[in-house]
Structure formats: structure tokens, C-alpha cells
Write a protein that binds this ligand. Structure first.
Ligand SMILES: Cc1ncc(COP(=O)(O)O)c(N)n1
Length: 279
């Protein structure tokens, strides 16, 4: 039940299909930490193992399609998957394999179209972008940042008209909703505007901008937080609101780990008794 703390004995189960960030700030590690903080039991299908830290990506090894499929089948055979989050899928073959795996899954899917890391390293092969069409058709929510939205749709979503044009591109491909994130969009005031668009409704989330340099992992955290809250039964707008709140908390108190720009901090509030919003 949304609004009530989860019972640790009977948690909802959410699945991340994404890639490993050896440094722990982004990717599957961020997803599982986020799901845990939001009271959901998280499982994972590893698509690629990146050699990565707070400075950048040093290498990436993509698992064979049969291994991706075997992981998914092992999980789907045993658990009641209440929501799926999709992150870095690396190659066209992996994207197609994941789309195929999800053909029989009819629960919510949050799709973070990860293309380029905060460090500037490319995480998705150029030729994989077209393969994404099969996944957008399965997405309950796509969560592009402004640069990803522009790379996909050709429109930089920095005005209400541009947001609605970019959103239409996702609807044309079968997505149910899109969250156009405003962190990469310069605004006049010190605000960030994230816009949730469905074919019938537009909801804006306006928050003070957090002057953070440690943003590595923020996109993974937001999309997995939304998936976790959907797994717990939130409606989409509530899941997005709570996902943004948790992500903002992890950005506000970055972890002092690594020599690079740093990462969002999934431990935020641990020790102070703070828990992510249950209201
Ligand atoms: C395995 C993996 N998945 C996703 C990201 C994107 O995260 P960010 O853009 O915050 O660096 C990443 N760097 N690594």
C-alpha cells in the first residue's frame, strides 16, 4: 500500500535490467540501493559489466544474449515482478534480447534511455538507438534527460512547446508516458522543471536547483525509485513525485567517495533516522 511503510517480510519485488558500474554510483548498484531504500526487494539482470569509477568509464564487457536471457528467465520463473526498470543496455543485440524477454511481461516498465555517462563516455552503441523502438512500445514511462531527448527526437525540450513535441515522439512509438527531466535545461530562475507528459495530461514538478557536481547516478536513481514506487502500488504521478524527492535528497548530500566528481549518495539520512517519503 502506498503511504504505509512496507512490511520487510512481504516486500514487493522490482527488477532492474541494466549494467554494472564497478564504482557503485550508477547502474545496477544505484538501482538496487535505491530499491532497498524505497522498501522494495530488488533483483537484477546484468547486461554489461563496466569498469568505471567517479572519473569515467574505462571499459565495458557486454554479456552474451543467452546469458541476459537466462538471467531474466531465472528471475521471471521464480518471482512476482511488480515493476521493471531498464537502464544501460549497451548494444542493439542486448536491446532486442530485452525487448524479447519482456514480450510476456505486462507490469509497469520504466525505461531510462541511457546513452552517454555524466563523464561523457558513450554507453550505448550508435546503431542500438533504432532497436529501442521495440522497447518504447513497452514503456509505462520513459525518463530521458534533455540531451537524450534531443538525441532521440531531434527536439531539445526547453519550452512547453518543445516538451510536447518531444513527448509526441515517444507516444508515436507506443510509450504510455514520458518524464522530460529538466536538470540539463538552463532556467532563468534557480529552478529545475521536470515534466511528466501523458497523451492526456501534463504535470510539472518545479524544485529549487541543487548546485551539485556529484550527479553521477542521478538518472539511474530516479528511474529505479519510480519503478520501486510503482512496484509498491503508487499511481504514476505519485511515483514520479516520490522518485524526484528521493533523487534530490541523494544529490543534496553527495558521498565523499572517489577522486572524481563524485556520485549521488544513497546513504542519505541513514543514521539520522530519515526515510524516503511515505506520505
Ligand atoms: C552502468 C552505468 N549505467 C548508467 C550510467 C549513467 O549514469 P550517469 O549518467 O549518472 O553517469 C553509468 N554511468 N553507468
Amino acid at each position: 500500500m502506498p503511504g504505509t511503510p512496507p512490511d520487510p517480510q512481504t516486500p514487493s519485488y522490482a527488477l532492474t535490467i541494466a549494467s554494472s558500474d564497478s564504482g557503485g554510483g550508477a547502474g545496477i548498484q544505484a538501482d538496487l540501493k535505491t530499491m532497498t531504500r524505497l522498501g522494495v526487494y530488488g533483483g537484477s539482470v546484468v547486461v554489461a559489466a563496466t569498469a568505471q569509477n567517479t572519473r569515467g568509464v574505462e571499459g565495458s564487457h557486454v554479456l552474451p544474449a543467452e546469458s541476459i536471457r537466462a538471467q531474466y528467465e531465472a528471475v521471471a520463473d521464480d518471482f512476482d515482478i511488480a515493476a521493471v526498470k531498464l537502464g544501460m543496455l549497451a548494444t542493439a543485440e542486448a536491446v532486442e534480447t530485452v525487448a524479447d524477454c519482456l514480450a510476456d511481461y505486462d507490469g509497469p516498465v520504466v525505461l531510462d534511455p541511457v546513452m552517454v555517462a555524466t563523464s561523457g563516455d558513450r554507453l550505448l552503441a550508435e546503431d542500438a538507438v533504432d532497436a529501442y523502438d521495440a522497447l518504447f512500445a513497452r514503456a509505462t514511462l520513459a525518463t530521458p534527460n534533455a540531451d537524450e531527448a534531443e538525441a532521440l527526437t531531434g527536439v531539445f525540450p526547453d519550452s512547453p512547446t518543445a516538451v510536447s513535441e518531444a513527448a509526441d515522439w515517444f507516444f508515436d512509438r507506443g510509450a504510455d508516458a514520458v518524464l522530460l527531466k529538466g536538470g540539463h535545461v538552463a532556467t532563468d530562475g534557480d529552478t529545475v522543471v521536470d515534466t511528466l507528459v501523458t497523451p492526456t495530461e501534463t504535470t510539472t514538478f518545479v524544485n529549487p536547483r541543487i548546485d551539485a557536481t556529484a550527479t553521477h547516478g542521478s538518472g539511474c536513481t530516479l528511474s529505479s525509485a519510480v519503478a520501486a514506487r510503482l512496484a509498491r502500488g503508487d499511481d504514476l504521478a505519485d511515483a514520479v513525485r516520490r522518485g524526484i524527492e528521493f533523487t534530490r535528497a541523494t544529490l543534496a548530500e553527495p558521498a565523499d567517495v572517489g577522486e572524481g566528481a563524485g556520485s549521488v549518495n544513497h546513504l542519505v539520512g541513514v543514521g539520522d533516522g530519515w526515510t524516503p517519503d511515505e506520505s
